[in-house]
Design a protein around this ligand. Structure first.
Ligand code: GLY
Ligand code: MN
Ligand code: MN
Length: 436
């Protein structure tokens, strides 16, 4: 059982931010069928996990705040000898009371009768609107019971508020415990990338590099990737969400790997691009160094009061100038900027929040991500240039796709690159792959 202090603190913080005479209901994820009678590996709902650290489905957390007291209730599955022999342990209510700081632990089978009783009379109900269908159905039934229950002295909350308004802001600023876990997720993921670099050679299949990555994750306590691993050789690197990972890696091509593990509920998200045979061609090296220059410039800008937008504006300028200097595009800098020529080669954003979800929650404030950064925020910085096989450029540049992605913590002084353990200069990559 995980140390509960973190989760208890999060619940206290949430209760402090809830308005008087209110209740918050948070539903666990449900199991998902993969085929007929087998399920996908269970992944807890991120909000529920953030507040409980409890990894069973069919659970509901209820927080009630009245002028008299705060009450924390967990509904969870009953102990069941047969089910546990076949499908695994269940905590049950007695253990739940012992392990978590709760006021009550109730059977999930009592949800529809007890939940209306427990929230009866509150003015405001918080929940993550639309988060799960089973949660929506349960809340509909609860509200209906309360609305029809005037005769039994039941009354429904008159205000319903999306709990994300509070929780997303809490999740955006990581505590030191969360940062420690994310550092570990980053180290495991960094080592996985190093392992893939060492294993790469012409003739190896993309899925074999994926296997090396997954081996490093799983053997270090991170059984799952935080998202589907991308291993794209040659032109496949230009498909941003390429996950087939089925092609053979060719001599003379680059390979792009975007992979990060999920460790104790938290994601890492790293991309490295390197030559399949360990040696960059002149064109690959030129594009790679341009992306690295832009990434390092962006990282240097990440600090409190800076914005992702400002860093991205710098990346766009560096890309435009660099592509002109190399002769990949032609014309005048100002005109190329006005025409946004970079968009043909850099078509995604610079980065995103990262945490329990790889694309983590938190308001960016504007579509170009101009929210001021604050200490405790964690984000990715991942510029890329993708010159596909059919790009309208000199053929020598075609089939080169490069992205370099790291995860950063905003600190009081500036930033910490959490994923720094995996190398990224041309010289370092060539030396490692040459066995030096
Ligand atoms: N791996 C997904 C992303 O980089 O955003
Ligand atoms: Mn990524
Ligand atoms: Mn990313």
């Amino acid at each position: 059982m995980k140390n509960q202090t973190f989760f208890t603190e999060r619940r206290k913080e949430l209760l402090a931010q809830m308005c008087d005479n209110s209740a918050a209901v948070i539903f666990a994820a449900s199991e998902q069928t993969r085929s007929l009678d087998t399920e996908y590996s269970f992944r807890q709902n991120s909000y529920f996990y953030y507040l409980t650290g409890f990894n069973e489905p069919e659970s509901v957390l209820l927080l009630v705040k009245t002028s008299d007291a705060n009450t924390v209730v967990l509904f969870n599955r009953d102990k069941d000898r047969v089910q546990e022999i076949w499908h695994g342990r269940r905590l049950g209510q007695t253990q739940a009371l012992k392990c978590f700081e709760l006021d009550q632990a109730l059977s999930i089978s009592e949800l529809t009768t007890k939940l209306p009783e427990l929230i009866n009379g509150v003015d405001t109900l918080y929940s993550c609107h639309g988060e799960t269908t089973h949660g929506e159905d349960a809340l509909k039934s609860v509200m209906s019971t309360l609305r029809q229950g005037m005769k039994q002295n039941l009354s429904a909350p008159s205000v319903q508020i999306d709990l994300r308004l509070i929780l997303d802001e809490m999740r955006l600023i990581k505590t030191s415990e969360e940062v420690e876990i994310m550092r570990r997720a980053s180290v495991i993921s960094a080592n996985a990338h190093t392992r893939a670099m060492l294993f790469s050679k012409p003739g190896v299949f993309e899925y074999q590099l994926e296997a090396e990555i997954m081996h490093e994750f799983a053997s270090n306590g991170a059984r799952f990737a935080a998202y589907n691993t991308i291993v794209g050789g040659g032109d496949n690197a230009c498909i941003l969400h390429y996950t087939e990972n089925e092609s053979v890696l060719k001599d003379g091509d680059l390979v792009l790997i975007d992979a990060g593990c999920e460790y104790q509920g938290y994601a890492a998200d790293i991309t490295r691009t390197f030559p399949v045979n360990g040696k960059f061609s002149p064109e690959q090296k030129a594009i790679y160094q341009l992306v690295l220059k832009a990434q390092l410039a962006a990282i240097a800008m990440i600090k409190p009061s800076a914005t992702i937008k400002a860093a991205n504006d710098t990346v766009i300028e560096i890309f435009t100038e660099g592509l002109l200097d190399l002769g990949v595009i032609s014309g005048d800098f100002e005109q190329a900027m006005t025409d946004m020529v970079y968009k043909d080669f850099y078509m995604h954003g610079l980065g995103h929040w990262i945490g329990i979800d790889v694309h983590d929650v938190g308001d960016y404030r504007t579509s170009d991500r101009s929210r001021f950064l604050e200490p405790g925020m964690t984000l990715t910085i991942e510029p890329g240039l993708y010159i596909s096989e059919d790009a309208d450029v000199d053929p020598k540049w075609r089939g080169i796709g490069v992205r370099i992605e790291d995860d950063l913590l905003v600190t009081v002084e500036g930033n910490e690159v959490l994923t720094k353990d995996v190398i990224k200069t041309v010289e370092q990559i060539e030396a490692l792959m040459a066995g030096e």
